[in-house]
Design a protein. Structure first.
Length: 362
């Protein structure tokens, strides 16, 4: 998840484990250690674009690293705060639980986390939470700020910390429950249309667990649908189908860059011809919620592929004319409430030749 959430979660771990010994310093240590796994991006300047895709949420997010970090940083922390009564066991447990919770909530998102590195590069994703979810993060942040106004021995401070931890557990449980409910609904909708998917994933839209998106695969088609907790579940939903276009990638499939991109998308990719650049292909990661407005819908992750002198050049692309953030969030809120009946009715960018593409490295 985002860095603010990870820092807050680390702070909560520090508050719950070492508060009595370190006071506010326990929270500060938690914030620091809670952000360490994501500092793998520091290596980006020394990696090419292909290596960057596999490096983030790689070895730093592995189970192996959870144990190694706990042993090394736990020893260091115990040595620094030995006079405050922090034992080796307490410090090691604190680092371990902070690192593990970071990895765990990353596994909740759709991005994928390589928890078995370096033995396997399989990317785990439970798809029950968005990468950014303010409903998950803000109560935790509020609780951590509030505890700073109380002494470390205050019973009220203990209650606030435990309440924040309980909220996170309840919210996570609710996300899995609603995901199951959405899965049942989508399976019925697909069956009613005679579609038998070979695989299906259901994930929440940005910053909430009320509006869910289905991506299903059958034959050479992807099927996309949305369901809100506030929808009338007795009514059929809109299902958009689009060709996968994998055949277009055949001439480039042996390039390491193409292999890596397909791996990154977990084979949930769509390939289309770039309308404004006929010699290029667009590879779209279909796992993530589209940026939707009444006039347009655009994918979050999209790359332009172009073979040059036997090498494959690829750049992440953005779409000119994308809507403003406020407009997008307003339309999303309407859909969450069960309105916005024309949701997803707008054309894809590659279907509209008036929308040009611009490549940019990220």
């Amino acid at each position: 998840m985002d860095s603010i959430t990870q820092a807050a979660l680390g702070g909560l771990c520090g508050e719950m484990t070492l508060r009595k010994q370190l006071g506010w310093k326990a929270l500060a240590w938690g914030v620091f250690i809670g952000t360490l796994p994501d500092l793998d991006i520091i290596a980006y300047p020394w990696l090419d674009k292909v290596q960057q895709l596999s490096w983030h949420r790689g070895i730093s997010h592995s189970i192996l690293m959870c144990f190694l970090a706990a042993l090394v940083l736990g020893w260091l922390l115990a040595k620094i705060h030995r006079k405050r009564g922090v034992t080796q066991r307490q410090a090691t447990w604190f680092v371990f639980i902070t690192w593990v919770t970071h990895v765990a909530i990353d596994c909740f998102t759709s991005y994928g986390t390589q928890i078995f590195e370096p033995f396997s590069n399989h990317r785990f994703a439970l798809n029950n939470m968005s990468i950014i979810d303010i409903s998950f993060t803000l109560p935790m942040l509020a609780g951590l700020l509030l505890v700073l106004f109380f002494k470390k021995s205050s019973p009220t401070r203990t209650i606030i910390g435990r309440t924040a931890a309980i909220w996170l557990c309840l919210y996570t449980t609710a996300s899995f429950t609603l995901q199951h409910q959405a899965n049942v609904y989508f399976e019925k909708q697909l069956s009613a249309r005679g579609i038998t998917p070979t695989r299906m994933m259901t994930a929440p839209t940005i910053s909430n667990i009320f509006l869910w998106r289905m991506l299903a695969e059958s034959g050479d088609q992807y099927h996309i649908a949305y369901w809100s907790l506030f929808d009338d579940s007795t009514r059929p939903c809109r299902i958009d189908s689009t060709a996968k276009g994998h055949d277009a990638l055949e001439p480039l499939k042996d390039h390491p860059e193409a292999v890596q991109l397909v791996w990154f998308t977990k084979n949930w990719h769509k390939v289309v011809q770039a309308s404004s650049k006929p010699d290029s292909l667009l590879l779209i990661d279909m796992r993530f919620t589209e940026i939707v407005t009444p006039e347009s819908k655009s994918p979050v992750f999209c790359w332009r592929l172009q073979e040059q002198s036997g090498n494959l050049d690829f750049n992440q692309v953005s779409f000119r004319g994308r809507s403003k953030v406020g407009e997008t969030l307003d339309y999303l809120w309407q859909r969450i409430q069960g309105s916005a009946p024309e949701w997803m009715a707008a054309p894809w960018p590659w279907q509209d030749k008036a929308i040009d593409l611009t490549g940019q490295d990220r």
